[in-house]
Every structure is written in C-alpha cells, then in structure tokens.
Design a protein around this ligand. Structure first.
Ligand code: C2E
Ligand code: MG
Ligand code: MG
Ligand code: MG
Length: 289
C-alpha cells in the first residue's frame, strides 16, 4: 500500500504527512491495547483556595506510560482518541477509575475531584445516565464530582448542543458541578459559556504568564476581565498553571478564587494526595497535646 502510494508521484502525496498519519494510527492502536492494562493510570493535582492555601479539590489527569517506561502526553493522544472515536471507551475507563479513587478521597477527606470530559463524550445521549449510575454504584453524592469540559472541536450542530446542554443539566440536578476548561482559548469562547450551564470558569494556563507576574498592565487587564466576567455570572474562577508565588499573589489581588499549578503541587498518584490531605488535616487540628 505504502509502495504503491509512493510510486504514484501524485502531487498531493506528502511523505512527511504520510509518516505522521502512520505514527498516529500506530499510537491509537497501541492506546486501544493499553486500555485496561496498568499502562494507564490517573494522577491528581491539588486545587487550592488562593485566600487560604487550603486544598479544596483535585483534578484527575490521565497518564499513559508504555511498558518500556516511555510516557506519552495526553496533549498528544487525547486529540487522536477524539478523532478516532476511542475517547468514548477511554473516557469510560477514566470515569470508572476516578470514581474508585474518589470513594476514598470523599469518605476520608470530603474532597471533590474534577474530571476532564471531552465534548465528544457528551454528544452521545447515554453519558449522563452512565455517570449517575456509576456514582450510585460507588455510593458517592453528586457534590463529590466536578465535570470539566474540554473542547478541541466546535459543537457542530444544533442537535449536538441540545444533547450536551440537557445532559449537563441532568448532571447538575444531581449536584455535579460543571467547569469550562481552558477558557479564553480555541473554542472555549464566550458563546460557549453562554450556551452551557456552568459553575466554574477555568481560565486557560496561558493567562497565568510571566508578564502577569511582572505586572504587565495588558496581561492584568485580561485576567481582571475574565475574573470580572466570572463574578458577574456568579461563577467560581480558577487559574491553572500557577508556577510562582508572584503569580499567585497577582491572581489573589485580582479576586480569582482558586488555583492549581506546580507552585502548589504537581500531579501525582492518589496515595500522595491522601498523604498531603492527612498532613493538611493535622496542621488544621493544631499541634498535638
Ligand atoms: P488540562 O485539563 O488543561 O490540564 C492542565 C494541564 O496543565 C495538565 O497537563 C497539567 O499536568 C498541566 N499543569 C499543571 N500545573 C502546571 C504548571 O504549573 N505549569 C504548566 N506549564 N503546566 C501545568 P497534562 O496532564 O499533560 O494534560 C494535558 C491535557 O490533556 C489536559 O489539559 C486535558 O485537556 C487533557 N486530559 C488529561 N487527562 C484527561 C482525561 O482523563 N480525559 C480527557 N478527555 N482529557 C484529558
Ligand atoms: Mg482540565
Ligand atoms: Mg485546562
Ligand atoms: Mg489546558
């Protein structure tokens, strides 16, 4: 097939593109095999309240490490899984795993977890029902879960939008909160915020810039506007990719509620989060007598 394509000499054939296409196809095939094996794992990154530094939630982030130890970034394989349709099966695996981990986090620490859900997953009508069943099976209340909608492609048809909105409403009726991820970039636009029932506005990491830290009036204006928008709509605002205390301070001054980033903690296995939360609880309880 390859040889035949290479022999045609068609002007439209681009060897570089073809190599990329093959690499992507192979990666997807490997990912299909990785689902259900210990190559896939969930890590958790604490989300803190900027005013107090207290951990109030954690984001579940998918990790894929090949058998030979090579990590593959979700930024690479999630978009491919969305294109191929494998995101549905992958997303179901993620939700199952998150609910299992969440049972311990919620029962011991009352910590909610926020999980990334691709807009593709919400196009199928069964999503909300399956998620609610899963919560019921693990005896978790809706308050324990936040659904973070990540968008890499536009909601194309009116039907898509209607299905998505009604499923999100169904989740909210059960106490599940909805966050809009990467707000301010790509398709996570104002129109999107207007269409969907949302509780948390998650500002894209690019707004937490070095220039913001340095006090650039322009960068401050963007963050202030997003925080102000959140306030007007009575949404909780969350900043991601916070890497320094100077950035945290700016965000605090601008009235942003929550933050996550390497400055506070890196994503890590669930056991690490348990340790951190236990330490936080004993600090809050004060020195032992
Ligand atoms: P996201 O949801 O916006 O996640 C935030 C990303 O920022 C994560 O990258 C996280 O590791 C990274 N990050 C955290 N703190 C910092 C920081 O201080 N500085 C910088 N530069 N980055 C920081 P990660 O884990 O590589 O995930 C990339 C994207 O892949 C996610 O972006 C999300 O869109 C997608 N993704 C990850 N897990 C899942 C999943 O289970 N399901 C779906 N559908 N998508 C997922
Ligand atoms: Mg996210
Ligand atoms: Mg994000
Ligand atoms: Mg992001």
């Amino acid at each position: 097939q390859n040889a035949r394509a290479e022999g045609t000499g068609l002007a439209l054939f681009d060897p570089g593109e073809y190599a990329q296409w093959r690499a992507n196809r192979d990666l997807i095939a490997d990912l299909q095999h990785a689902i259900g094996t210990d190559e896939l794992d969930m890590h958790y990154q604490p989300i803190v309240e900027l005013e107090t530094g207290r951990i109030v939630a954690a984001e579940a982030l998918l990790r894929w490490t090949r058998a030979d130890g090579t990590p593959i970034s979700p930024a690479r394989f999630i978009p491919l899984a969305e294109q191929s349709g494998d995101i549905t099966v992958l997303g179901e695996w993620v939700l199952g795993r998150v609910c299992t981990d969440l049972a311990g986090l919620w029962n011991e620490h009352r910590l909610p977890v926020t999980v990334n859900v691709s807009a593709h997953q919400l196009r199928g009508t069964g999503f909300a029902g399956r998620l609610l069943d899963l919560l019921a099976d693990t005896h978790l209340p809706g308050e324990a879960l936040i659904v973070e909608i990540t968008e890499t492609v536009l909601l194309t048809t009116v039907t898509d939008a209607a299905t998505t909105v009604s499923q999100l409403q169904q989740l909210r009726e059960h106490g599940i909160r909805i966050a809009i991820d990467d707000f301010g970039t790509g398709y996570s636009s104002l129109a999107y915020l207007r269409e969907l029932p949302v509780d948390i506005l998650k500002m894209d990491g690019s707004f937490t810039s070095r220039q913001l830290e340095d006090g650039s009036p322009r960068e401050i204006a963007f963050v202030r506007t997003i925080v102000e928008l959140g306030r007007s709509l009575e949404l909780c605002t969350l900043a991601e990719a916070v890497e320094t205390e100077a950035q945290a301070q700016r965000l605090r001054d601008l009235g942003c509620h929550l933050a996550q980033g390497y400055h506070f903690a890196r994503p890590a296995p669930v056991a690490r989060l348990h340790e951190t939360l236990t330490a936080q609880r004993s600090r809050a309880a004060g020195p032992a007598t």
